[in-house]
Design a protein around this ligand. Structure first.
Ligand SMILES: NC(=O)c1ccc[n+]([C@@H]2O[C@H](COP(=O)([O-])OP(=O)(O)OC[C@H]3O[C@@H](n4cnc5c(N)ncnc54)[C@H](O)[C@@H]3O)[C@@H](O)[C@H]2O)c1
Length: 356
């Protein structure tokens, strides 16, 4: 059901309105509700058009387009990844996206997606952990305390029950900021001096570092039996976070193998290295965690359906909240084929106004 009856006016969610939307719903509730949309869309995985995202790489980063469709709605996200940006006061990741009506091809929603990406990434990670993390996991290490980190922490609290956080970043100011922002939200937080200290006693390890190289954030000896790894930061060719030996003894779960084999941790492995698709676990077609000692790895890279779910969720909130602007995005001549005539009528109006 369209939010607005007039298809020529496109609702636009600005950064300000997105913040107000998230705050009016509450961050935890937003993440919980969003996760139900993400899970529902994973369950109907086979109805989606799927393609690895279209990436344009440069020396300093990447710009990507992430399209998908379920036959009724079409969505895409534009997103960049530029680790050097934070040095000049900019975000590593920024994004915006569109949801459209497949029947007419008309856009139904245009939205900021920098905040929404952090929320959908965290919600997807937490959904995966619900199926893969050890029972009663309540302690999580977060290595890389940048823009994604607080969202990850809150999603894991809301959906998995994480209460203890062990934070580490090569930049102590990042850890300080993350710990400060999460104060009063019900966490027991420890800022750690090394990643080794952070992973000690953690049931879940989240890696969310940004570096345009094959880094080794975790070595094999840092991962004990039964741990669940939520590897978020390795999401581009030549950009990984885990030592290969960890992959050899983990059960690996991925979003869309065709994309993850190019961009995820498994780019380090042969093309036929066994992986399980997360949607199959969610749909009950494959087993997630099988045993107490099993090391599970969610090799997250972010897939188009998650953005589609996020756009669907925020669109469903608009009628009740009114937190959008009407965007004059689509040309709407009185007679559909008279596009040039519309330009001429505008010119006449401008001349009339100028002669007053
Ligand atoms: N999988 C997904 O769906 C998804 C979604 C969004 C972002 N990402 C990726 O997640 C990563 C983090 O994103 P962000 O927006 O938080 O970036 P960010 O630049 O805001 O934060 C990254 C943090 O990692 C820290 N870091 C870098 N190298 C480190 C190391 N060796 N040890 C510990 N800390 C280190 C940096 O100091 C920084 O604080 C990026 O690589 C991004 O591309 C993935």
């Amino acid at each position: 059901m369209p939010v607005l009856p007039n298809l020529n006016i496109v609702p636009f969610i600005s950064v300000e309105n997105m913040m107000d939307l998230v705050l009016s719903i509450g961050v935890e509730t937003f993440l919980k509700e969003l996760s139900t949309y993400i899970e529902a869309d994973f369950r109907r995985w086979e109805t989606f058009d799927k393609v690895p995202r279209i990436a344009s790489h440069s020396r300093e980063g990447v710009i990507e387009l992430m399209p998908t469709s379920d036959g009724t709605l079409y969505g895409f996200k534009y997103v960049n990844g530029h680790p050097k940006n934070t040095r000049s006061g900019r975000q590593t990741v920024t994004a915006f996206g569109v949801l459209s009506d497949v029947d007419s091809g008309y856009p139904l929603l245009f939205s900021e997606m920098t905040i929404l990406t952090a929320l959908r990434t965290a919600a997807t990670s937490a959904v995966a952990a619900k199926y893969l993390a050890p029972e009663n996991a309540d302690c999580m290490a977060i290595i890389g305390n940048g823009a994604q980190s607080e969202f990850q922490a809150i999603a894991f609290k809301a959906l998995v029950g994480v209460r203890k956080l062990r934070l580490y970043d090569i930049d102590p100011h990042a850890t300080e900021r993350c710990a400060h922002n999460l104060q009063g939200l019900g966490f027991d937080i420890r800022a750690c001096a090394s990643s080794e200290e952070a992973v000690e006693g953690a049931h879940i390890i989240t890696t969310a570092t940004a570096d345009k190289q094959n880094a080794t954030i975790l070595t094999d000896n840092m991962v004990g039996p039964g741990v669940h790894i939520n590897a978020v930061g390795g999401d581009c060719p030549g950009k990984t976070e885990l030592h290969r030996d960890i992959l050899l003894r983990s059960d690996i779960f991925v979003e869309y193998p065709q994309q993850t084999r190019i961009e995820g941790e498994i780019q380090q492995m042969p093309a036929d290295h066994p992986v399980t698709e997360l949607w199959q676990v969610i749909a009950g077609l494959a087993v997630g965690r099988r045993s107490k000692d099993q090391v599970t790895l969610f090799d997250s890279v972010g897939f188009a359906t998650e953005d589609f779910s996020a756009l669907r969720y925020v669109r469903d909130q608009l009628a009740a909240t009114g937190l959008y602007e009407n965007l004059d995005l689509l040309a709407d001549p009185d007679e559909p084929r008279d596009l040039f005539g519309m330009l001429l009528r505008r010119q006449a109006l401008r001349e009339q106004l100028a002669s007053r």
